[in-house]
Every structure is written in structure tokens, then in C-alpha cells.
Design a binder for this molecule. Structure first.
Ligand code: KG4
Ligand code: ZN
Length: 347
């Protein structure tokens, strides 16, 4: 018998994603983004994002089933992001998913967005081994997860205490006068700069932080250090070497992420690392992780970037994994949870 066909819906931030997955096979991944509208405001306005999801939801579902050439009645289960994310946008996706579940008389699974970022890798690189480490980095999250079983057993080893990695890049981008989102621009500038030009601080890496925050991240001190450095230069009437500032800043972020993640792999005796989330596009992190994982004998899995940004495939993938694991469906009155714990895989 064919494996169940799972329709996944993602609306936690600014991407309306709808995808169909059977087993670990992705049939279609349709995404509509309201990013251009947000770029005008220099950040995501939840109300604007909610309205965009409401408008894009049905057309995106129709596009997905049209492209996969299936009938909605063939869908066996509906998976939807229940959190974490923005409450308004999450509510639009959850409402659509509930309507589909009741209309089609099929089970509903409310799933965790951040765990979806790790799970999507199964569609590309095949099933995860029994134990794997996952680093999920984006504009909204920087989390280190110990994945014992992606459908049933995930623990959070650490997360950012302040800014997410992408958020720190965007803030430093703003102070360097770059367009929003600044992350990709800093990445580009950094490639032509000297990463050793300026020694910026590595947050939470001091010996005193090892006991409580071995696997937590903090990027706000780094961001302030960059701001101070730029300010001092400006006050002295000197030009800002933007390439070197970008390269040294990017080096500090990648260094901390890679060092803590690899230390966690050693500590937990894990030899597979998945990196997901929109920030995994960052070249400095990719290069550093590739080099250090190779040295440490860790198998590094990073899905192509279109699966790292928010999309429906990650939610359909996690839905498919929980259905395969025999996890009980969610009830039709589940809420959405903007700060859903990362140990909660389904609600
Ligand atoms: O996953 P994503 O698309 O949206 C969130 O869920 O946040 O991640 C976008 C974040 C933004 O902060 C963006 O600036 C950052 O990831 N980003 C990058 C790069 N590409 C995206 N940061 C640094 N280098 C990049 N190449
Ligand atoms: Zn995300």
C-alpha cells in the first residue's frame, strides 16, 4: 500500500507554504511570500503578514494540488504549523487546516515549525539516523536540538538568549546602511573582507558560561561591539572598511555557532548534523561548518536553500514523519502557540 499523502501548511511568518509529501517524497512545494511588502517597512508587520496569508491561502492550496495533479480527496492527513511564530499568521494557517480536515474528514496534525526546519532534510538526504544534532538558524530562531526521533523525541540543548543569528545580521546590516534584510548583503560583502581584521567578541564562550550556557547563544553583545567600533571610527573621521567589518562580524557568528554545535555533537556522541533555517544560506557558516565537521568526522547535512527558508515542505515532511510513527492526531480545537516549546513536536 502506498504511504499516506500528507498536505502541509506553513504560515508562521511571511511565507504562505503548501506542500504535498508521501513518505519522504516531495510531490509539490508551493510558496507565496509577502516579503516585498515587508521590505518597505524594514521588518515584518504581523497584521500585514496575516492579511497576505488570508489572500494567498486558497490560491496556494489550489496551485499545489494543481501542480501535483491530485484531487484534494486523495489527501490522507493535514499537517499545519501550530507554533512557534506570529499568532495572527499562525491562526490563518490553522484555520485553513482545520477547515480542510473537517471538510475532507481527515486527521489534523498541529506541528512544530522549528522541528520542521530539521525534518525537511529527510526529503533531500533520506531518513535521519537514530540520533542526530540539528542547528536551526534563521531570522526568528537559533536553536540547537538533540534529535533522538524526529517524530517523537527532541530535546532542546540551547537557544539564543537574545537575537537570532539572522536577526543579528539584519541589525548590523541596518547600522552599516544596507537594505533590509541585511543578512545576504553582509554575506556578500564579507566574502571580500578579512575575517581576522577585527576581533569581535564571541558571546557565551567564556569559561564562566560553560556551566549554564554551554549550548546557548547570544549575539546582542556582538552587535553592540560592531556598533561601537563603527561609531569610534566615524567619530575619528575615518572611513569604515565595510568588507572587513562584515567579514569579522560574520566570522564571529559562524565561529560561535560551529564551535558550540560541534562540542554538542562530541558531548552527545552524535555523528550527524543537520543545519536548517533561512540563515543556513550564510556562506561563512556553511564554510566553517563544512571544514570543522570534516575534521571532526561529522556527517553534515544542509538541504538546498529553498527548503531552508520557510515553506510547506518542512511541515508536510514532519506531518509525514509523525503519521508514520503512529502519533495521535491533534484535536480540532488546538490553539496556536507563538512560543511553542521545542520539545513539543505535535500538539
Ligand atoms: O528562515 P528565514 O527565511 O525567515 C525566518 O524564519 O526568519 O530566515 C531569514 C533570515 C533573515 O534574517 C536573513 O537576513 C537571514 O536569514 N539570511 C542570511 C542570509 N540569507 C538569509 N543571513 C546571512 N547570510 C545569508 N546568506
Ligand atoms: Zn522558520
Amino acid at each position: 500500500m502506498a504511504e499516506p499523502l500528507v498536505l502541509g501548511i506553513e504560515t508562521s511568518c511571511d511565507e504562505t507554504g503548501v506542500a504535498l509529501v508521501r513518505g519522504n517524497e516531495l510531490l509539490v512545494d508551493a510558496v507565496a511570500s509577502s516579503m516585498e511588502e515587508h521590505a518597505r517597512y524594514g521588518g515584518i508587520i504581523p497584521e500585514v503578514a496575516s492579511r497576505a496569508h488570508l489572500e494567498a491561502m486558497i490560491p496556494t492550496i489550489q496551485r499545489a494540488i494543481g501542480e501535483a495533479d491530485i484531487d484534494l480527496s486523495e489527501v490522507d492527513a493535514i499537517a499545519v504549523t501550530a507554533g512557534p511564530g506570529l499568532v495572527g499568521p499562525l491562526t490563518i494557517g490553522a484555520s485553513a487546516a482545520k477547515a480542510l480536515a473537517i471538510g475532507l474528514n481527515k486527521p489534523l496534525y498541529g506541528v512544530n515549525h522549528v522541528i520542521g526546519h530539521a525534518c525537511v532534510d529527510q526529503l533531500v538526504d533520506g531518513p535521519l539516523p537514530e540520533r542526530a544534532m540539528a542547528l536551526v538558524v534563521s531570522g526568528g530562531h537559533s536553536s540547537l536540538l538533540m534529535v533522538n526521533d524526529i517524530a517523537t523525541d527532541v530535546t532542546e540543548l540551547g537557544s539564543t538568549l537574545d537575537d537570532a543569528a539572522g536577526e543579528a545580521f539584519d541589525k548590523v546590516g541596518r547600522l552599516l546602511g544596507l537594505p533590509y534584510p541585511g543578512g545576504p548583503h553582509i554575506d556578500r560583502l564579507a566574502r571580500e573582507g578579512d575575517p581576522a581584521a577585527i576581533r569581535f567578541p564571541r558571546g557565551l564562550t567564556a569559561a564562566k558560561d560553560q556551566a549554564k550556557h554551554a549550548y546557548d547563544f547570544s549575539f546582542s553583545g556582538l552587535k553592540t561591539a560592531v556598533a561601537r567600533w563603527v561609531e569610534a571610527r566615524t567619530d575619528a573621521g575615518q572611513p569604515i572598511p565595510v568588507h572587513d567589518v562584515a567579514a569579522s562580524f560574520a566570522e564571529a557568528v559562524a565561529d560561535v555557532l560551529a564551535a558550540k554545535t560541534i562540542a554538542a555533537c562530541h558531548k552527545h556522541d552524535v555523528d550527524t548534523l543537520v543545519i536548517g533555517g533561512g540563515f543556513s544560506a550564510n556562506s561563512q557558516l556553511r564554510e566553517m561548518a563544512a571544514k570543522r565537521c570534516a575534521e571532526a568526522g561529522i556527517d553534515l547535512r544542509i538541504p538546498p536553500i529553498r527548503y531552508c527558508t520557510d515553506n510547506g515542505a518542512m511541515i508536510a515532511a514532519l506531518g509525514s514523519a509523525v503519521v508514520a510513527a503512529g502519533v495521535a492526531p491533534s484535536s480540532l480545537d488546538i490553539p496556536v502557540d507563538s512560543s511553542m516549546p521545542l520539545t513539543t513536536i505535535t500538539v
